[in-house]
Ligand binder design. Sequence first.
Ligand code: AHR
Length: 654
Amino acid sequence: MARNHILLSLASLLAAAACSAPAHRLDIDLEHPGAPVQPTMYGIFFEDINYAADGGLYAELVKNRSFEFPQDPLQGWKAFGKVEVRNDGPFDRCPHYVRLQDPGHPHKWTGLDNEGFFGIGLKEGETYRFSVWARVPDGGASELRIELVNTASMGENQFVCQEALQVSGKDWKQYEVVLRSSETLEKGFLRIFLVGDRRTVDLEHVSLFPTDTWMGHRNGMRKDLAQALADLHPGVFRFPGGCIVEGTDLATRYNWKNTVGPVENRPINENRWEYTFPHRFFPDYYQSYGLGFFEFFQLSEEIGSEPLPILSCGLACQFQNDDPSAHCPVDELRPFIQDALDLIEFANGPVTSTWGKVRADMGHPEPFNLKFIGIGNEQWDALYPEHLEPFVKAIRAAYPDIRIVGSSGPNSEGDQFDYLWPEMKRLGADLVDEHFYRPEEWFLAQGARYDNYDREGPKVFAGEYACHGAGRKFNHFHASLLEAAFMTTIERNADIVHMATYAPLFAHVEGWQWRPDLIWFDNLRSMRTASWHVQQLYSQYKGQNVLTLKMDGANVTGAEGQDGLFASAVADGNKVYVKVINTSEQPQRVELAFGGTAVKAVERVDFTSDLMYEDNTLDEPERIAPVKASFTGEGKSLTATVPAQCFSVFVVER
Ligand code: AHR
């Protein structure tokens, strides 16, 4: 109490001092609008890391649904009674299935439990679609009982709901039944019993989805997580990674062709993040590919983003492979290049084309209007340009309008970065993907990063970034504030920076390998971080054209003498959005001066928090959030105080 009182008094004193100090004058030039802010500017980066896909955005609740996990086809399952795994099933790329037989004693049972991803999240009153491919190999009919189970229950029954399912005939068919949960449960189980006269039955592709998915798709996304993406209004949607594009080896790189067509026949893939950190190890981390390229394109369309797929350039992850033989030799790249060309056909080709037909058969005869493609993720050394060059030639020859994204490697500066940028220019990449996971000082020093970039070269895609606090490599408000400060340089340089995506996007609280991340979730709930709010504010107040904003004739970049201020301004029709980030520990008075033009204050949003080194939590998901603040007045200039460590957006109208 006493401490809070002292802090409050100190804050009031500082505020009073700020009010008496002369204001920093920010001159905003309304007369000469600058470069357009690209519609793609603020976007999202999706990678299946931290259980972002299976167990996360992809709403499937059954783990190892096709019995294909290579170490153990029953990983994720508990079998009881007489269960046999067989491998001559109806789907050639997912051949395993289970045979359930009479356990041989009237008081025994045959069946299976599935543990889901860290359990199966169930909500009271909500419905779940159980589906399965099945047959009765000897003909006739067989009966199953499907249950959603609370194994921790102290009640008479463990099941929270159950339904009967009849299977008949020797041919494989898909069956389904809808269950309504009578409980909310974070860690439920799926249980299947062979009942009735216990006639032998075969089961394949056992699936459970909430019926209430994003946009109601059967093979759909978890609604709250997809909504958290839609609410960012992302201009670009980069997928599927990240390092999983490359794979721990080429055999396990992300292979988009395995991710399209009927879900039952998409072969699983090892997740590269299974092997990355032995100190955060998840030996059951596989990609079902149920969230595949069709679903990525469809989601991009539904949330209004330009899709940006990134494909392997024939180099396995260079962090994990020192041996040059791990990579595809340049003269053997043809299949990789063909994958890229076929992907463009899958996205944009007519329904009469081979891959356009695959898209149409999946329910989207209209093209997805793909405009961008990335080749290679974080590659480096001469290996990368050597590999990229034949892709560029082939894509340019076949699809001259597609814009190609190259990479400047994993570092924000340094030898590799300095080597790769000119190489990307030489090869004619349209954009260069820069990555920076850096500490506070780096973010504070980057306010002018793009001011002197070569305006004749490729455009910038700030494709992966996040402030990783020194000793605080977790989500917290202060890191988000510095990301906001850094983003002023992106915005001021919109002529050259065309895309920016924070990374990574998602993390399951029980399944993460990497943090900080933009959105956290468990099996029932999700939470938007402070960094999410920063992204959302930039996106919401993106505007159409950059406006020149100067303080004492200089850009506001947190430079020496600028009192920790960063700022940028954009025009949006007759509105102007001025973003001011005060990274200092003192409130700062600012005068927003609009030359000869009189403006009217419309709105102000402040984003700040006393919880400097904390973030929202699943229990308190909204404790750090932007709030509307008072902002009134009319005239050629308006004065306001930006609190210490605050990101303020001022909206004025001409
Ligand atoms: O975002 C996590 C990882 O960081 C990405 O997979 C990779 O591109 C980068 O090293």
